[in-house]
Design a protein around this ligand. Structure first.
Ligand SMILES: Cc1ncc(COP(=O)(O)O)c(C=O)c1O
Length: 373
């Protein structure tokens, strides 16, 4: 008898945490994957009111409160050009749980999951936990994922392919044409397109398009969350949107691993989604300004950085030894390898930090660049 499951022995704690722990306490941390803004007041107030009135004392429906699901449904109508019945939504403990229930419900042991490399660390780990086989695909030069590469990676064993736009770690935004292709691939090959849209409101150039709009079958599951859009990473509130039969299967998993999303967080999320949206635009434009400061700095150093069009990450191509040299200068960035084999030769820089901090960090990066050249 073994002590631990083979599945859990196959995964390890994300490389990102290791970088934080190695950096000194006074380092400038550009390794973070969360906005540095406060949660909007009206969202906090809604949770406080729910706690004080006792409205959030008990379990909610497994799918989440109807009022929250109506707010999510209205949000998809307003922002994303597709309609989803409130019954076809499950509120989850962040986008993380949403990805987990989607993969658990759709992947059998031995089946394959195709996802971008470099890509968000959970895709590989959650595939392994579901007993699936990871099939990372490399990216185009501009760090978007090529639908043709996804189609070429699909075999009879493929259950799911993951699309993530805007992307963590690259900041790349897929074009509408690409998203239409992903929808077609899901339809034609009868595989599930799992589209991770948690950065969807943080786009600087172009627009976000969801494959959900274009698919003719129900082979698309949307994952989204309040985490990045409303600076609510600590609240743990996300969701899945899908067809009735898919929601029914994902609910079986969600019911046993989570029962329901945290009730106070559901009240906060409902207020965030249905309240004033100017806070989102304020954060988006602050990130855009920071992106431009960072890109100018990287460009000055002679580093080649595919222009990130969304999220709050940049991924320059860096010389050998650069990431360590930057960390030695007291600036935490994450080595590209933390996001997959094809991330080698890149570093992820998060610009969820104020402009003055970024400028200071750029000076550290400049010294590091000079040192390794
Ligand atoms: C691409 C992507 N998807 C999902 C998540 C999970 O977000 P949450 O905090 O809502 O679980 C993250 C968090 O960093 C992410 O970057």
């Amino acid at each position: 008898m073994t002590e631990f499951s083979g599945r859990v022995e196959e995964i390890s704690i994300s490389g990102i945490r290791e970088v934080f722990e190695a950096a000194g306490a006074d380092a400038i941390n550009l390794g973070l994957g969360q906005p540095d803004f406060p949660t909007p007041e009206h969202a906090k107030r809604a949770a406080i009111d729910a706690i004080e009135s006792g409205a959030s004392d008990a379990y909610t429906s497994n799918k989440g409160t109807l009022a929250l699901r109506e707010a999510i449904s209205a949000k998809h109508d307003r922002d994303n050009g597709f309609s989803v019945d409130p019954e076809h939504l499950i509120a989850t403990a962040g986008g993380s749980e949403a990805l987990h229930v989607a993969l658990e419900a759709h992947v059998d042991p031995g089946q394959e999951v195709v996802y971008p490399d470099p890509g968000f660390v959970s895709y590989e780990a959650l595939t392994l936990l579901a007993g699936g086989t990871p099939r990372p695909v490399g990216l185009r030069d501009d760090l978007t994922m090529d639908p043709a590469a996804v189609e070429a990676a699909i075999t009879d064993d493929t259950a799911v392919f993951v699309v993530n736009s805007p992307s963590n770690p690259t900041g790349a935004v897929q074009s509408e044409a690409d998203m239409r292709e992903f929808a077609r691939i899901a339809d034609d090959h009868d595989v599930l397109c799992l589209t991770d849209e948690v950065y969807e409101r943080l786009v600087f150039d172009g627009e976000h398009h969801s494959p959900m709009r274009y698919a003719e079958t129900d082979n698309v599951v949307v994952v989204n969350a309040c985490s990045k859009t409303y600076s609510m990473t600590g609240w743990r509130l996300g969701w899945v949107a899908a067809s009735e039969r898919r929601v029914e299967r994902m609910l079986r998993v969600h019911q046993y691993v989570q029962a329901c999303a945290s009730a106070p967080a559901q009240f906060a999320a409902e207020a965030a989604l249905s309240g004033p949206q100017d806070v989102v635009e304020e954060m988006r434009s602050a990130f855009e300004e920071r992106r431009d400061v960072l890109l100018d700095g990287l460009d000055d150093m002679g580093l080649d950085t595919p222009t990130p069009q969304g999220a709050f990450y940049a991924m320059p191509r860096v010389p050998e030894g650069w990431t360590q040299a930057v960390i030695d200068e007291g600036v935490v960035v994450v080595p590209g390898e933390a996001f997959g084999e094809h991330g080698a030769g890149y570093a992820r820089i998060s610009y969820a930090a104020g402009v003055e901090t970024l400028k200071e960090a750029i000076e550290g990066m400049r010294r590091a660049t000079d040192a390794v050249r």
